[in-house]
Design a protein around this ligand. Structure first.
Ligand SMILES: [Zn+2]
Length: 204
């Protein structure tokens, strides 16, 4: 399972089709230390002689990860090393994801987020089905919540971030004001909890 997760994350990070062979190769490692397949040995030999193939693809992709991972030589590769390698790829992918989220000002609502856990202290989890997505049964509502959290919404704080037809210059953050004339920045928090200018919105 860990190998599959690593393979999946690897493909997400580097979607070259040849990388999909990663799972097939390391499936061997899961099976009682079975011998490497002839095709794997062939690709390794081709890599050593400077020719393209699966082994070269894997080497290049692993080396281009956010934190490069070194693929050991086939001659020293063991099932245990394969599992350790997959865990390293998995950990690197999670660190990459964490860094991307925290570097993004648009994802500020996800910064430092602690996931509520049953009978446990809330803790940081990089990838998980969030508890609010399990609580909300309406799929459209789940999508709406997700859009708010990742700044994919039509409020001024986002819409006026970019040059558009009616405002061809960049609008500074503190000038992206509420459309109802509040003199406050039209953020998610303002629209949901503080804006009192629209009776229709407040009554909902
Ligand atoms: Zn307002």
């Amino acid at each position: 399972m860990a190998l599959f997760a690593a393979w999946y994350l690897l493909v997400q990070v580097s979607p070259q089709s040849s990388v999909k062979s990663f799972r097939g190769y390391f499936h061997l490692a899961e099976g009682c230390g079975a011998r490497w397949s002839a095709s794997l040995e062939d690709s390794f030999n081709r890599y050593q002689s400077g020719h393209q193939g699966y082994w070269m693809d894997l080497t290049l992709v692993l080396g281009k990860l956010w934190q490069p991972v070194v693929l050991p030589s086939l001659t020293v590769l063991t099932p245990e090393k394969c599992i350790a390698l997959a865990k390293e790829v998995h950990t690197t992918a999670l660190k990459f994801l964490d860094a991307e989220v925290h570097a993004s000002t648009r994802l500020y609502m996800l910064h430092g987020r602690l996931e509520p856990l049953k009978d446990e202290v809330p803790k940081k989890i990089t990838v998980v089905l969030r508890h609010y997505l399990q609580l909300v049964t309406n799929s459209n509502h789940r999508k709406a919540i997700t859009r708010l959290l990742v700044s994919q919404h039509p409020l001024a704080i986002e819409r006026m971030r970019y040059k558009q037809r009616y405002h061809r210059v960049e609008v500074l953050r503190d000038q992206r004001l509420c459309r109802f004339g509040c003199r406050e920045v039209e953020t998610v928090e303002h629209a949901l909890f503080f804006c009192k200018k629209s009776a229709a919105l407040v009554s909902r």
